[in-house]
Design a protein around this ligand. Structure first.
Ligand SMILES: Cc1ncc(COP(=O)(O)O)c(C=O)c1O
Length: 349
């Protein structure tokens, strides 16, 4: 094995059987019957004996309409994790540096390391925002090839203000990736999409896994300057995105209104969870995503007692900055009620 991989921990998220799975930020809603029957028709028309379109032309064309960004500036892959891998294969790698802001999504440091890059992890401030002065100084001093921003950030839900992203774009000698896996749960005006025209070093990544009820289908994409996307074509495997995934995303885009309505419903549950936890005296971090990070004295105890009540949430054993934090994914109204009732009982014990 490569010596630089020694000591790395593979991605892990504790899984247990539970009726209320509020731990991995998927949509609690399945695709509608209308979606399913349209998908069944689309799949039965796929020529499975043939390789898929390796450039996913039709999908990129529809994504171009959906995002109002040119097709040549779009690259699709098996989930936004693979999009991030492509970006790091093309722009990180050996003898290169990637800057992250912790705590954040653990793959933001793991994926660059998979490609042999060095990762410099700056700590966020005490309200989990990027410390802009420290970030700009580090960008100036370290000259990282990639600056990795997550907005809204996982696991905190904190949104990165656009002026901060612009400051990083001005300073960065390489590219700035803004991971917007959760942007559909935030105000559209807060998306970095609107900065793409002015900033050729910006890449915005998106996924169908969170707001689109399609975590199982594994589809994500990057928006960036066409010249940057050419680099990704060099590192993508031929025919990497199956014909089934491509048609699934195409059908999903035709049902975008329904997905966005459900995302808004989930965002309401997120706000209800935060308000009710605060009423119980629990400190919550203001979230713009589909989850709420909150603080408790004994995270393993709360996690276990929730599991005893059939509710699975996310815990961060050993993650610096998250010693007292747990994260709950917002779901259906009924799941909110079960979770809140369980929390009331646990806090009363
Ligand atoms: C911030 C962030 N980016 C990317 C991903 C990966 O999503 P995908 O399912 O698109 O690979 C996740 C999943 O949890 C995430 O939280």
């Amino acid at each position: 094995m490569r010596s630089d991989l020694a000591g790395l921990e593979p991605y892990s998220s504790p899984q247990r059987p539970a009726r209320y799975r509020m731990n991995t930020n998927e949509s609690p809603y399945e695709p509608s019957p209308a979606f399913r029957s349209e998908l069944a028709g689309a799949i039965s028309a796929v020529e499975l004996n043939r390789y898929p379109d390796k450039d996913a032309h039709d999908l990129c064309e529809e994504l171009s309409l959906h995002t109002a960004w040119p097709q040549e500036g779009i690259s699709v892959a098996n989930g936004s994790n693979e999009v991030l891998l492509h970006l790091c294969l093309a722009y990180a790698g050996t003898n290169r540096t990637v800057l992250t802001f912790e705590p954040t999504y653990s793959l933001h440091s793991l994926i660059p390391r998979m490609t042999g890059a060095e990762v410099v992890q700056l700590a966020r401030d005490d309200i989990f925002e990027v410390d802009l002065d420290a970030a700009v100084t580090a960008t100036r001093d370290l000259r990282p090839e990639i600056v990795m921003v997550c907005s809204p950030n996982n696991p905190t839900g904190v949104l990165e203000p656009l002026p901060s992203i612009e400051a990083l774009l001005e300073e960065a000698p390489g590219i700035v990736i803004v991971d917007e896996a959760y942007s559909e749960f935030a105000d559209p005006g807060d998306s970095a999409r609107g900065l793409l025209e002015e900033h050729p070093n910006l890449v915005v990544t998106k996924t169908f896994s969170k707001a689109w009820q399609l975590a199982g289908a594994r589809i994500g994409y990057a928006l960036g300057h066409p010249a940057l996307m050419e680099g990704l074509a060099l590192v993508r495997l031929p025919y990497h995105l199956s014909a089934l995934s491509q048609v699934t995303a195409l059908v999903a885009l035709r049902h975008a209104d329904e997905s966005m309505r459900l995302a808004a419903a989930v965002a309401e549950e997120r706000d209800r969870i935060a308000i009710e936890l605060q009423a119980m005296g629990v400190k919550t971090i203001p979230s713009h995503a589909n989850f709420v990070l909150f603080e408790v004295d004994d995270p393993p105890g709360v996690w276990t007692r929730l599991l005893e009540r059939d509710v699975l949430i996310r815990i961060y054993t050993g993650t610096p900055g998250l010693e007292h934090a747990v994260r709950v994914t917002a779901g259906r109204p009924h799941e909110t009620e079960v979770f809140l009732a369980a929390m009331r009982e646990i806090l009363d014990e």
